[in-house]
Design a protein around this ligand. Structure first.
Ligand SMILES: [Zn+2]
Length: 268
């Protein structure tokens, strides 16, 4: 009788131990499962010497070169901002984006993209094209034709979208799509919100023109949420260690992505 009781007690302890392990494992894994994400990085200018304004927006060419070497060495696949959903079926995806359409994206960045065979997306302000300090139509065409650069919208006039009325907002979005499509000969399907500002009214209109919209540090990671895609900024003072850490944080979330892919295969 005592032996029987002792065995039951042992069994109960074993069950409790298993439950504790399961709960702890779920606690560790669940955050990754709830937040699957694609690493999307946001840059602006690429220049050794800042030309004015916020110095931190000017990443040094050597700094970017170091980051591209890191991505290649660690077998990351660079994708365009228009390939957000496809990124979920890639083992180590990363999306590099450059806002505003500065001329140095052609003179400094483009040679690096060619040298390391890396893809990048430039979110261009369409009314800035062919003006001083910004990309020309010819430069945009050459980069897009190389297959390494995708040119997408950063609106027509770089205005804060949350401050616009419905008609102004529609015009801003429509015009940027039309102007960029005329230059590139390709459909424009992604936008990055100027200043990262958006709200539900903005999303409602953006959905009519674009498939994907990129914001800043929303920390929302989901294959189905196309209009609040989180981007982490890379700045002049971002060290390679900080860059690696940002990428790795996203890579940990890969655990979930691969788990979801497996479930999709089994049950989907
Ligand atoms: Zn901008």
């Amino acid at each position: 009788m005592n032996r029987f009781r002792a065995r039951r007690k042992k069994k109960r302890y074993r069950l409790i131990a298993v439950l504790v392990v399961v709960v702890l494992a779920a606690g560790v894994l669940l955050p990754y499962c709830l937040e699957p994400g694609i690493p999307v990085l946001m840059y602006h200018c690429v220049s050794e010497a800042p030309r004015g304004g916020d110095e931190n927006l000017y990443c040094r060419p050597a700094q970017i070169e170091e980051e591209l070497v890191y991505l290649n060495k660690n077998s990351y696949t660079t994708l365009f901002a228009t390939e957000y959903e496809q990124a979920y079926s890639v083992s180590k995806p990363v999306i590099l984006t450059f806002d505003d359409g500065y001329e140095d994206n052609y003179t400094e960045l483009f040679p690096l993209l060619k040298e390391y065979n890396v893809k990048a997306t430039i979110f261009v302000v369409s009314s800035y094209v062919d003006t001083e300090g910004y990309l020309s139509s010819a430069q945009i065409r050459e980069m897009v034709d190389s297959g390494l650069v995708s040119v997408q919208s950063h609106t027509s006039g770089h205005v804060e979208l949350t401050g616009l009325g419905k008609e102004e907002l529609q015009e801003e979005l429509r015009r940027s799509c039309a102007e960029l499509a005329k230059i590139t000969g390709r459909n424009v399907t992604a936008i990055s919100y100027p200043g990262g500002y958006y709200n539900s009214d903005v999303i409602e209109e953006v959905e009519r023109y674009f498939t994907y919209a990129y914001a800043i540090d929303t920390n929302k990671y989901s294959k189905s949420n196309h209009y609040e895609i989180s981007r982490g900024g890379v700045f002049r003072n971002t060290t390679l260690e900080a860059f690696e850490k940002a990428i790795k944080t996203y890579s940990q979330r890969r655990i979930c992505r691969e788990y979801l892919l497996l479930m999709d295969k089994i049950f989907g």
